[in-house]
Design a protein around this ligand. Sequence first.
Ligand SMILES: Nc1ncnc2c1ncn2[C@@H]1O[C@H](COP(=O)(O)OP(=O)(O)O)[C@@H](O)[C@H]1O
Ligand SMILES: [Mg+2]
Length: 392
Amino acid sequence: MNGTAKIRQKRSTLKLTSALAQKMHLDSIRLIQYKNYEQAHVSFSPQVNCFLGDNGSGKTNLLDAIFYLSFTKSADQAQDLQCILHEADFFSIKGEFHKDSKKRVVLCAYQAGKKKQIKLDDKPYKRASEHIGKFPAVLIAPNDTDVIRGASEDRRKFFDAIISQVDQAYLNNLIAYNHALKQRNSLLKQFADQDRFDADLLEPFTHQLIDLGSKVYKVRKAFIEQFKPLLIEHYSVLSNEKEVIDIQYESDFEEEIDQKFTNSLKKDLILKRTNKGTHKDEFVFLMDEKPVKKFGSQGQQKSYLIALKLANFDFLKNELGLKPILLLDDIFDKLDDHRIEKLMQMVASDAFGQIFVTDARPERSISIFEKIEQEHKFYQIKESQVEIRETK
Ligand SMILES: Nc1ncnc2c1ncn2[C@@H]1O[C@H](COP(=O)(O)OP(=O)(O)O)[C@@H](O)[C@H]1O
Ligand SMILES: [Mg+2]
């Protein structure tokens, strides 16, 4: 076989793999007493779905219910109790998915004061965390810039959510780490309250944190190396290559972690909490070598955020072999024409699978989506009722 033939063969194998990639979409959703919806049953297009309605009508809440089916929690940090329709005492969200040519039913239900239930095809999970990554989704809400402007915890949460969807062992280690951290902190507090110190009692927890933390560190470090080129590529497309961006991962685990714990012991005892570990990791977002958080304009921060989310989408798509559901909340309001155009080019190019979009201005969305070939459905939301809206 000569060189060209070899390459050709390689190309066709690649095509075959992408043709074999799993397909997934949400067929329908049924809500009972979720946020503003007393009852709703909506069937969706496997391609583009657009929720139209005035502000406050419930567009974001419907998107949030779809998010819930993927992540087993609301996107807006609301506690489950706050997601129950006012005056009611439980909610349920049932989603009928199509995945790998099979129908799969996800049920999330919560009753005030009880443990929430997550079921797949009527079978309850032992732990909700087992569900994570099975029906992946990415939410882009340009207004929610916490990941850029917020505390380091917001960035850790962002990346942990991505990694957890492809790596169950990582999620388990993270949960175990946080558990050990809680125990170590409460022991430090006990020592302070009782004015005593027992090194032998503290040691096992320190050891656990170092052991689990080093696993978390290694995965985060390898992940960032994979994630970085995706991020850089998306930013340069969105911004017309105006600035050079980068991302830096900083962790106590880079060197001498045992020594760091030993040196920090006095401080830990005074502050009654653990001051070293992966719960202190930081991800620094850079633009032309300066932190975006401090020096980026609003527009640059928004581009960075969208690039992070699109890289998030690509990473999951590559790792899971299927296109996550894409949830776009109010993007047309918050992005300029250039960025909307780039996003729509991606929509039209088949880069995405199923998409859900919200917009308070119907004419705008209708004219944008009429230009694309993908099947699209419009829904009108009014007084907590969702109806198909015909456009012709
Ligand atoms: N638990 C709840 N029970 C009843 N109504 C709720 C609940 N949570 C939120 N809402 C209502 O939902 C409405 C906001 O819906 P939202 O989806 O954010 O609107 P939109 O995105 O269309 O602007 C608000 O009127 C709010 O009071
Ligand atoms: Mg909204």
